[in-house]
Design a protein around this ligand. Structure first.
Ligand code: ATP
Length: 233
């Protein structure tokens, strides 16, 4: 059984008397410890799908089964616990707290979780040990994204959900950030799911979910994914 199973997911947003159908019918699976990307044009439903896996939004219909449990059946306390301990989020804009330094930005999240990994260890992992006393305003875009990845993984989550994590970065910095995310799957057995517009990354993914107009257009499996360092942009 796959670690994440998305079954016939439907999502409608109601604004006044207007209904927007973001997801018409989405089904796909994600294997444990894999590196998966969700590709598709703007407005096709990628972020809505990622938010569904992250337990951030209620779906109109369908199932999100994670580790054999349909997260729609969780109580609100259990869902909070799921988001807090099982899922790490990385967004295009880093959402760091400007008045806290790097270490404090990570500590604030780590203390909410049950993880025993130290923030220092995590900072070593993302290559920012020398920057721990810097404030966000003193860091480059790539460094800021590495802090936000450190913040996501300090909880030792099973799943890492990344929404356009390189959207604000230049190609080479983006490549380093993707390399770090790929290593989370390859070396640490995290289940990594990335939403992106960048179809070049497909060569490095185990599975590519193509979404268009709220449906899964196709699912491609890649038996021999390459390292991000080998991807030709
Ligand atoms: N909170 C909301 N209220 C109303 N409509 C929404 C809401 N969030 C998303 N939508 C609509 O749902 C559809 C899918 O949005 P979603 O953000 O999932 O697409 P996306 O593929 O991630 O797009 P992009 O690549 O531009 O970020 C879009 O038509 C969007 O306008």
């Amino acid at each position: 059984m796959s670690f994440i199973q998305i079954e016939n997911l439907k999502k409608e947003y109601k604004t006044g008397d207007q209904i927007t159908t973001a997801l018409k019918n989405i089904s796909f699976n994600v294997e444990k410890g894999s590196f998966t990307i969700i590709l598709g044009p703007s407005g096709s439903g990628k972020s809505t799908t990622l938010n569904a896996i992250g337990g951030m939004d209620h779906m109109t219909a369908g199932k999100v089964i994670v580790d054999s449990e349909d997260i729609a059946n969780l109580s609100s306390t259990q869902l909070t616990d799921y988001r807090r301990s099982e899922v790490g989020f990385v967004f295009q804009f880093y959402n760091l707290i400007p008045s806290l330094n790097v270490l404090e930005n990570i500590d604030i999240v780590r203390k909410m979780s049950k993880s025993s990994i130290s923030s220092e260890t995590i900072l070593e992992e993302v290559g920012l040990a020398q920057r721990k006393h810097h404030f966000p305003s003193e860091l480059s875009g790539g460094e800021l994204q590495r802090v936000s990845i450190a913040r996501a993984i300090c909880k030792d989550p099973k799943i890492l959900l990344c929404d356009e994590p390189t959207g604000a970065l230049d190609t080479e910095t983006g490549r380093k950030v993707l390399q770090l995310l790929q290593s989370m799957a390859r070396l640490h057995n995290k289940t990594v799911v990335i939403v992106t517009h960048n179809s070049s990354i497909a060569q490095a993914a185990d599975r590519i979910i193509h979404i268009k107009d709220g449906i899964v257009e196709k699912v491609t499996n890649n038996p021999h994914p390459i390292g991000i360092d080998k991807v030709v942009w």
